[in-house]
Design a protein around this ligand. Structure first.
Ligand code: HEM
Length: 165
């Protein structure tokens, strides 16, 4: 299965489309998404980006729950994250939420590598659907990178985000 990572370029337009609902259905709906995201977050705990996340178990658990809700909704499932997004577009809200953390390309690659491990453990899901989900993650994650190797910061404007339908 091809789950490649292409480099982020500061200030570039990022094209992406939200995952197709077929992926959500194929993983097993809300329960399946929870399994996938809990598995991902358990791996995050063991990863090089663990320090970004709360070390307190209860706080970490809360992030797991919210993260699961976001992915249920962004994949076309029930709107269980709606209240968190404070009336903002879901993707715009998600970009701004990451502004609070200094995210580099290296951290993005670790994040993607970690979720790729969880995706590789899925059984019985059509590769094409996994790739579609991956494309969302790979592109969208570029918008969370705000700290660059030359020491500069850059916070992606929502206007440079192109949602391809
Ligand atoms: C496709 C890209 C990404 C998506 C869709 C995504 C999604 C999310 C979601 C849904 C949450 C929980 C939001 C909430 O509290 O309601 C979250 C939190 C977070 N994400 Fe991401 N994320 C992405 C990329 C990244 C990357 C590359 C990093 C790199 C380190 C990262 C670091 C974090 C951190 C540190 C938190 C918050 C933890 C806290 O509140 O203490 N994320 N993300």
């Amino acid at each position: 299965m091809s789950m490649e990572i292409t480099p982020v370029k500061k200030g570039e337009e990022v094209h992406f489309h939200n995952p197709v609902i077929d992926f959500f259905e194929a993983v097993g709906g809300e329960d399946g998404m929870q399994k996938l995201m809990y598995s991902f977050y358990d791996k995050i705990y063991e990863s090089d980006i663990a320090h970004f996340f709360p070390q307190d178990e209860d706080e970490f658990h809360k992030i797991k729950v919210k993260n699961t809700k976001f992915f249920i909704q962004i994949c076309g499932g029930p709107k269980v994250y709606e209240n968190e997004a404070k009336d903002m577009d879901l993707n715009e809200f998600m970009i701004r939420l990451h502004d609070d953390f200094s995210i580099t390309e290296k951290s993005r690659i670790e994040w993607l590598g970690t979720i790729r491990e969880a995706l590789n453990e899925l059984q019985g899901v059509d590769i094409k659907l996994i790739e579609d989900f991956w494309n969302y993650l790979e592109n969208f994650s570029k918008l969370t990178v705000n700290s660059f190797s030359d020491g500069s910061t850059y916070y992606a404007a929502y206007t440079q985000v192109k949602e391809d339908k």
